[in-house]
Ligand binder design. Structure first.
Ligand code: NAP
Ligand code: ZN
Length: 345
């Protein structure tokens, strides 16, 4: 077994703290990764505070991991010690169901194994990236081609792929009008990626102070969410990244004929929907969960080629609780990234 240092929640309310635990020795097809950086996703906060009512404590969050391969099992194909790699939201899946065969391991019919807060195939709890090292099956390890700013690459493993996957699924590009609702970790990646794919992007935000940033990130227009009703039906797609309850009916009114509202944000409460909001213009509502391994590799490569990464504030792990509070206040531009060196001190 390998000694590991993590940062864990032990219940929904107490401050998180250092947690010593063990990682298994890598099997023949597994790699041991020294973690360099791990992004802080709002899902980590939902889980740590048990807002989705399924937390298992002690809980070591983190699913936006970038690190270096420290050791590779004897049968590992393409990865070797020293390679820069990424790990996203899941570390296992059945590999044989239809979804897995289509490269959509995130929708595995038997359930993808989450990078944290899950039970793996051996019956052991999974612990995530707020830690110094992790052991992962090579099939769930991504290759990172970016050479620098790895702290800003880490968020591509969740915020990046979660927004990329629907953009690709609905073939968003030139000629499409896309609205992004909420400028946070997911939202700022949605703006960058949709703009890079050639769409005309409008940012809908509850924070008027983010207007300048929206433009800098590539949005063509900025509209306070409260004023979105004045826009009339104009968008082909809305990527809804909001983490708290909000009104879908007014939002749906901004979709044109056959437009699609895609839910990415996962507030714990139900969001009431008036059927006429969809009926009147044959609108659709959809959801999307992170993305499969091939499309995660695709977004990493796309971003490396285009020089796209997240806007991050790098922090030591000891500041995670404060970072969560700041994230809730919208006081981060636009993702925290944990420097895992802070766990080794
Ligand atoms: P985040 O950085 O906190 O951003 C959320 C944004 O939502 C905020 O920046 C804010 O944008 C807006 N917002 C927050 N509270 C609001 C409120 N009360 N009313 C209106 N707008 C509000 O969070 P994130 O990491 O991007 O994650 C967003 C959500 O996506 C979370 O629920 C997370 O669990 C979920 N998620 C889902 C997937 C998936 O696979 N579908 C993957 C990752 C995360 P403005 O200030 O611009 O309004
Ligand atoms: Zn996430």
């Amino acid at each position: 077994m390998i000694e590991a240092k993590g940062w864990a929640a032990h219940d929904p309310r107490s401050p998180m703290r250092a947690f010593a635990f063990q990682r298994r020795d890598p099997g023949p097809r597994e790699v041991l990764i020294d973690i360099l950086f791990c992004g802080i996703c709002h899902s980590d906060l939902h889980q740590v505070r048990n807002e989705w009512a399924n937390a298992r404590y002690p809980l070591v969050p983190g699913h936006e991991i970038v690190g270096r391969v420290a050791a590779a099992g004897a049968e590992v194909g393409t990865l070797k010690a020293g390679d820069t790699v990424g790990v996203g939201c899941f570390v296992g899946s059945c590999g044989t169901c239809e979804a897995c065969r289509r490269g959509l391991q995130n929708y595995c019919e038997r359930g993808a194994i989450g990078t944290y807060n899950a039970i793996d195939a051996r019956g052991e709890p999974t612990y995530g990236g707020y830690s110094d090292r992790i052991v992962v099956d090579e099939r769930f390890v991504l290759r990172v081609r970016a050479k620098d700013r790895l702290e800003a690459v880490a968020p591509l493993l969740c915020a990046g792929i979660t927004t990329w996957s629907p953009l690709r699924r609905w073939k968003v590009g030139k000629g499409h009008r896309v609205a992004v609702l909420g400028l946070g970790g997911l939202g700022h990646m949605a703006v960058k990626l949709a703009a890079a794919l050639g769409a005309e992007v409008t940012l809908l935000s509850s924070s008027p102070g983010k207007k300048k940033d929206a433009q800098r990130l590539g949005a063509h227009d900025f509209v306070p969410t409260a004023e979105a009703g004045k826009l009339g039906p104009r968008f082909d797609f809305i990527l809804d990244t909001v983490s708290a309850p909000h009104d879908l009916n007014a939002l749906a009114q901004t979709l044109r004929l056959d437009g699609t509202l895609i839910l990415l944000g996962a507030p714990p409460a139900a969001l009431p929907l008036q059927p006429f909001a969809l009926i009147m213009k044959r609108r659709s509502i959809a959801g999307s969960l992170v993305g499969g391994i091939p499309e995660t590799q695709e977004v990493l490569d796309f971003c490396a080629e285009r020089g796209i990464a997240a806007d991050v504030e790098t922090i030591p792990v000891q500041e995670v609780d404060r970072a969560y509070d700041r994230m809730l206040k919208g006081d981060v531009r636009y993702r925290f990234s944990i420097d895992a060196a802070s766990l080794r001190r």
